[in-house]
Ligand binder design. Structure first.
Ligand code: PLP
Length: 479
């Protein structure tokens, strides 16, 4: 494709995306494709001769679109949002256009240095501790593909620090990490991947009402494990759990970590970006004093296309010590001078995309005030929904809900327990099948609850009220 051909097709693609975003509301939210349907509509063999770009766009509409679940749809409430926005899409396109692979500073100085500036900006925007800034001394931030990768590298850094401090012994030691039953599954996976082992991922109780980690039980498990010869390595506290947005008591957990010399990772994948609003900075309580690492996703609720996960470290040295490598073909004078950052030492893969471009575009386009307005809208709409559902005696709302997620369930007149759960699931499936909206579910205290996650830039009060009417009508149909 010549630059002139690119110009022609590229303009059509941008028009196509603009039309899609303008019309997204007209599609059924959840794809109705049956398993294998998309695949069956595509040729089994690749073309021998090129087919031109028009046919790609035609097949996109004919075959791909019916297999798309529309995450940017204003009635998409199923999972935490995966916000896309104009500036992020354009920033990503520029990244693709430059075609940079930013594995080390020398492979594109701007790819590294823009990332450093943007992650330092975010420290300020989110009111995070200044020692997370790269220019602060030994701290620093980096963009990862996902919060799952962020916690994996945190576990690897924590293992490294633990080995450095305790020395390597001839006897194998049992190293343990601590989560709650509400912690994201990525932490248990990080335990398995890093060799800690699933059996050594210890599950701490939660407060039965708030579903927040119980620090007293954490302390007890750690004390028992240490007495049995284990070496506790990391505790993961969550600010905004995936199931219900519960908030673990980071400060109390941090005090325990400090007393036992354990790495504290704070997973704020979804909710962390809410701290862009000063009135929500309380969610950072304890982070400045105790967090060794902190992760939040710009690619959920901060208007930045997937993937863009932010990870900060209070001390980057154990991470780099664990992950750095310098094969001959990557030796260069900039790296050897020690004056530059090579982010390949901060992540699992070697190669890296120029992700900061899209985040930079987003922050510049919206400004801090635009980002705050977006978060506040999501929270206000969630409050509006909770008020409607809470005022209806036929429904129960899980409290508290600080962010854009509301968990709720119908109270069935004649059905309790599992029979009630079955009806709740049927209600959800009928709504999701309708294509009018898309919800998901979770279990809270052993009962099925529905998750209404609000936060798409296209969602307004009218969508939330219409969703509520549909939910209510579906409940009446089911009894
Ligand atoms: C979404 C989520 C994750 C996983 O995020 P990815 O970026 O998809 O890996 C981890 N923790 C919490 C609390 C989440 O909500």
């Amino acid at each position: 494709m010549t630059p002139e051909e690119f110009r022609e097709h590229g303009k059509r693609v941008v028009d196509w995306i603009a039309d899609y975003l303008a019309d997204v509301e007209n599609y059924p939210v959840r794809s109705r494709a049956r398993p294998g349907e998309v695949r069956a509509a595509l040729p089994a063999h690749p073309p021998e001769r090129g087919t031109g770009f028009d046919s790609v766009l035609a097949d996109l509409e004919r075959v791909v679109l019916p297999g798309i679940t529309h995450w940017q749809h204003p009635d998409f409430f199923a999972y935490f949002p995966a916000n896309a926005s104009g500036p992020a899409i354009l920033g990503d396109l520029l990244s693709a256009g430059l075609g940079v692979q930013g594995m080390v500073w020398a492979t594109s100085p701007a790819c590294t240095e823009l990332e450093t500036v943007v992650v330092d900006w975010l420290v300020e925007l989110l009111g995070l501790p200044a020692h997370f800034r790269t220019d602060s001394g030994s701290g620093g931030g980096v963009i990862q593909d996902s919060a799952s990768s962020a916690v994996l590298v945190a576990v690897i850094a924590a293992l490294r620090r633990s080995q450095q401090r305790r020395g390597v012994t001839a006897e194998p030691v049992r190293r343990t990490i601590y989560v709650s039953g509400q912690t994201h599954s990525s932490v248990e996976r990080a335990g398995r991947i890093s060799g800690v082992g699933a059996d050594n991922v210890r599950v701490v109780d939660v407060d039965p009402r708030t579903l927040a980690m119980d620090p007293w039980h954490l302390d007890r498990l750690i004390t028992e494990d240490v007495a049995a010869g284990a070496v506790p390595v990391l505790v993961c506290a969550t600010v905004g759990t995936t199931s219900t947005t519960a908030i673990d008591p980071v400060r109390a957990i941090g005090e325990i970590c400090r007393a036992h010399d354990i790495w504290l990772h704070v997973d704020a994948a979804y909710a962390g970006v809410a701290a862009v609003c000063p009135e929500l900075r309380w969610i950072n309580d304890g982070v400045a004093e105790y967090a060794d690492s902190y992760a939040c996703n710009a690619h959920k609720w901060l208007l930045t296309n997937f993937d863009c996960a932010l990870l900060w470290l209070a001390d980057r040295r154990p991470l780099i010590a664990a992950l750095s490598s310098l094969p001959e073909y990557l030796r260069n004078s900039a790296t050897e001078s020690g004056e530059v950052i090579d982010y390949r030492d901060w992540q699992i893969p070697l190669g890296r995309r120029f992700r900061s471009l899209k985040l930079w575009s987003v922050i510049r386009w919206y400004g801090a005030e635009g980002l705050r307005a977006h978060i506040r809208t999501g929270i206000a709409l969630a409050a509006e929904f909770a008020e409607l559902a809470g005022a209806d005696p036929g429904f129960e709302v899980h409290e508290p809900h600080h962010f854009g997620l509301v968990c709720f369930r119908p109270l069935w007149t004649d059905a309790t327990g599992e029979r009630g759960d079955e009806l709740t699931m049927r209600l959800m499936e009928s709504l999701n099948d309708s294509g009018d909206l898309y919800l998901s579910h979770t279990k809270v205290r052993d009962r099925v609850m529905l998750r209404m996650a609000i936060g798409a830039p296209a969602t307004g009060s009218g969508h939330v009220r219409a969703a509520w009417s549909r939910i209510k009508a579906a409940r009446e149909r089911l009894g």
